[in-house]
Write a protein that binds this ligand. Sequence first.
Ligand SMILES: Cc1ncc(COP(=O)(O)O)c(C=O)c1O
Length: 415
Amino acid sequence: MDERAPYIHKDSIPMDDFASFRRWPGRIPSSLGAHVAPIRPSREIATLMSTLTPTPRPGVLAIEAYVPGESKLPGGVKPIKLSSNETPLGPSPAAIEAYKAAAADLERYPDGQATALRTAIGNRYGLDPARIVCGAGSDELLTMLAHAYLGPGDEAIYTQHGFLVYRIAILACGATPVVANETNLTADVGKILAKVTPQTRMVFLANPNNPTGTYLPIQEVRRLRAALPDNVILVLDGAYAEYVRRNDYESGIELVATTANTVMTRTFSKIFGLAALRIGWAYCPAPVADALNRIRGPFNMSNPSILAGAAAMHDVAHTEAAVAHNDEWLGWLAAELEKLGLLVTPSVANFLLIHFPPAAATGAAACDEYLKSRGIILRRVVSYGLPDCLRLTVGTAEENRAVVSALAAFLGKAA
Ligand SMILES: Cc1ncc(COP(=O)(O)O)c(C=O)c1O
């Protein structure tokens, strides 16, 4: 008898039989009937089948999966959710209309170039649409940048309390994450530059940063760019750029336009109120846009996202209203929290980092539990190296008042 096992493609075996075939490769699956000769794999193949398991590439299992801000409370209570830096104003009504209208064509593939969206972004900011790449949230663009430019042996730098997706994207490519310390919870150009080696290929800088809310003035960003080697891409993540009201702040458009190695990423999830649709964009040097377009999924943006995003971009009045609301309530919240004796990191974004004393009874964890018991969800930031802090997103007027009075009650003070 022939000792070699005949090849049987697994798809020709019904699932039930396939499970037993894997366990006892010599047995003939009953569904194949009597016309198949007895299956007996060679010893080598049998050994291989029992020892081989799919293995992720090095680095993948070192990733701690991203844990989003909490959104639900036990008992079905509708929470006041101030945990994910979403806008309290919701999206532009025009974006909602465009989203609904897109329901008429769900059987069609979207425009793989997301032309309407890139054109709307280009028009609003005076940019060349050919150098704009859209993604499923800026998360996808950060990941694509890492996949296009990083591999084993490469290093990429981010800062001590920087946005956690950078670390995930770097490790997922088999590259090495390098952390640069911050000064006063703010990125420090000198400390970033001190981490540069011949292996460095990318620097991720959230400006402003999440979860600290701090920022680097444009002069510092320019100094960083000028001192980085030319083969290092500087990724300026401007997820909160629209909120910043500081004369010395710029999101980086000019740096992208005037250098060959700077990329800016932006999102529709924050001020544009479209987090559920997953829309982000990157403004890139032409060769970087070309590289990203080669690796991105051909239809990575859905049609409802393209159309709603474009409509949101056109509605300048809506973003201005969101900025005005944020200006008013960010200042109010910071002042009220300080009156309660809480230390707050000065923020230029739509959230505040609140510091608690390390003592267990009055600490961040206890406060988080207390607030949840009152239906209010903030964000714990232990994974950002800030175990004694909570991050609070600016909400509606009522939500902001509610969180201040709950914090006052927690601290045993009158609000
Ligand atoms: C600094 C920063 N960058 C990027 C993102 C990702 O945003 P999205 O993928 O929703 O566009 C966030 C979201 O919280 C963020 O805080």
